[in-house]
Design a protein around this ligand. Sequence first.
Ligand SMILES: [Zn+2]
Length: 441
Amino acid sequence: MNGSGTMAPKKKAKPVRIAHELSRNRRRAIQKALAEHQVEDRAEWDRASDWSDYRFYRKLVKKGTIRTIELPLLEVTIGDPWSTSVTIIHGKRPGPTITILGGMHGDELTGPSACTHLLSTAFTDPEKPLDPETLAGTIRIVPVVNMPGYRSKSRYFPDGRDLNRNFPGNAKGSSTRRVAAQVWRYLVEDSDAIIDLHSAGKGRSNMPQLRVDLAHAGSNILAKAFGIEILLDSKPPKGSLRNHANMEDIPAITYEGGGANWLDQTSVKVAVHGVMNVLRKLKMVPGKPHRPRFRMLASGSTWLRAGEGGLLDLFVDSGSIMKEGDVVARISDPATPGLSVDILAPEDGLMICIATNPFVAAGMPVGHFLPISKHMSLLEEQVDGFGRFITQGSLEEPVWREEEEIEVEVRGEWDGGSVDSGWLEATLEEVNRDDNTEEEA
Ligand SMILES: [Zn+2]
């Protein structure tokens, strides 16, 4: 209490950190990794140091310019070489090299869309955030890594393999392994940071979330800079890009938002917001990263599964905040009308992913649930009208939708004195004409 009776000066609200379910051992490992992390002194990034043109796949990108270069991924048949477009924004000033990947799984469109916006004139024009004249360092953006998968709307490569389970690849291995080796050599190995943008697989939808090994210090720093609330502390899957990048001590994070074969604009906005935050953190663009009000560091989650087969009636969405016992979904079976089974939230928590396919068999996942034991009220303060958690960055105005107003001078005046009169006349004429011609048709 302030004894004088006057108002105490308003303190700036401190961001709250929630260590949710991280075991004590895990927390210790993370703290140790961060404490031991030496921020390398990279003299070559000093503003005054020499900075030259950039070479990618034998092609030159001049300082302060943007260039798109085709990176061949695999020799295939005539007219169908597997390749992908890599756009390089090579800043005028020295700085790190960051690689932003989309479409590693060909049917996940959040990454391709976010990358496309980042490469639009709304970002790259003079004086815009990614103007190469003012950028420090080099950004490599690959909207669609798995181009053959994208074209066939499939997660996989044409040989049926998952690119993101075949790293670091093998130049003499299977087709997908050869592609992985090429991606590794040209896009991963020399990266100072990697952001891999994904969506949920077929039949599911994710709320915006990051996957990161928080005990890898460089990745931990990237994940926090990204500036969203939900961080899943997870060891990456074997053979994934993130796994092998971390093994080589390359900071890498995976963003998840939306689902396969559709475009969730909220997830796209959050992805763009996060990438810009990371660029700020790396001092490649000016400004400070926007911090979320709190972070939820989660190490455990539960898949809610259907007890029986049938049709799924979902009561919730991805991002819905649940109280213990709330109905998540009801399953009814056309073979037994009148009978239904409810799936309930096992405890308080957050639906971070939901099924989008209403056909379920017994044992199929209906949702991915994050149980929350503490600080639930922080989440509840940040919900939309449908009880869904609002991720930081999702409410920002998408700058790529801003239109410029151009005044065009038109000679003449409205036909008949009013704006719509011409339209009305034309419509009436058509109606009359239709009446006359009906019998001939
Ligand atoms: Zn994916």
